[in-house]
Structure formats: C-alpha cells, structure tokens
Design a protein around this ligand. Structure first.
Ligand SMILES: [Zn+2]
Length: 198
C-alpha cells in the first residue's frame, strides 16, 4: 500500500507521543487532514507556545511564563507550607483538587541510584535554600507511593527534621505504586487532608 509521504510523516510523528499507537496516530492524522485550516493552525501555535513561552519557575520549578510562577507570585497562598512533588505535572494534579492553598517545590524526579539520580541531580539544594529565605513551618511530601518515592521521602525527612520543620506526608489513599498524576481529584484531595508526620 502506497501512502502519501506527508501523511506517513505525520503518522510517524504523532505515534511518538505517549499513549498513541500507530492506529490512533493514523486516525489523528486523517482527522487533522480533514479539519479546517484554522483548527490546525491553532494546534500548531499551541504546541509551539509550549516550548517558546513556558519555562520553569526560578523558585519552585513549576511551569511558568515568567521568572516566578503564578502560585509563587500569588498573595493568596499560604507561604508557611510547601508541598514537595516529583514533577510539575503533579502540581497541576494537586491544584485541580482545590484542597491545597500553600506553595510547591518540584524536585524534578526521585532518587534512583541505579539510574544515576543522586540528590545533586534533583532540586534538593534549592529546597533547603528556601528555608533560609522563607518562613516555612511545614513541608508536605507528596511523592508517588512507589519504592523510589518512599526512599526519597525518608531521605528528605531526615534532612529537614533537624531544621525544626514539621515534615508530613500525604495519606496512603493513593494506590501503592500508583502515579499521583493519574489519581482522581477526590483521592488526592483526601490524601492531602489526611497527611501524617513522617
Ligand atoms: Zn513557583
């Protein structure tokens, strides 16, 4: 079967996206082909803007359009509490629950000696620095409930406790080995409310 090259290339590129197999990629490519030019242009602009307009917040490493993200800039947030998460996408997951009004700190991953992820490759230094300049009373550890997330939580708790900070972790309502990003809002919201000391 001979397929026109632009279509082949589009299918190839789309199938590189997570969760998109060849069949879905083909369906999306055909859908785009049949769409209005404006709709396709809007999609192209949205994708380009992701790379052009977004960066990481200099303070918490959340996605941001400027040096500091909207959460760091907000006057309405509780500046005494920081929720520590693995990825910026976890901030979005927790924000959707509307249960947390504090600040965030994105680690950029979890400790994984086997894959070469050491404390230096995460934003741990930057987190500790925040204790010097910000009046932080509580740190909520909201890492994924898998082996590496657990090990990282214990490592962080050990580092922070001597600094006189109340370190808590989100409740175990999340499925073990599950991913925060894919848990439903109610489960994440409950897990934050029912946090406990670590
Ligand atoms: Zn920020």
């Amino acid at each position: 079967m001979q397929i026109a090259e632009p279509l082949l290339i589009a299918i190839e590129e789309l199938s590189k996206l997570p969760g998109i197999g060849k069949k879905t990629a083909q369906r999306l490519a055909i859908f785009l082909l049949k769409s209005e030019n404006q709709q396709v242009d809007d999609l192209i602009t949205a994708i380009k803007d992701l790379k052009l307009k977004l960066r990481f917040c200099s303070r918490c490493f959340n996605f941001s359009e400027e040096e500091f993200c909207n959460i760091c800039k907000s006057e309405k947030r509780d500046k005494f509490v920081i929720c520590v998460v693995e990825e910026a996408s976890d901030v979005m997951a927790i924000e959707k629950t509307n249960e947390f009004k504090g600040m965030y700190h994105v680690l950029g991953g979890v400790l994984s000696p086997l894959s070469g992820v050491t404390p230096d490759s995460l934003h741990i230094k930057e987190l500790l620095k925040r204790f010097e300049t910000e009046d932080i009373k509580e740190v909520i550890l909201a890492l994924n409930p898998d082996t590496e997330g657990e090990a990282t939580s214990l490592y962080l708790a050990k580092l922070m406790r001597p600094l006189g900070i109340n370190v808590t972790r989100i409740a175990r309502g999340l499925p073990i080995g599950g991913d925060l990003e894919f848990a439903d809002d109610a489960t994440i919201g409950r897990a934050i409310l029912n946090r406990s000391s670590i």
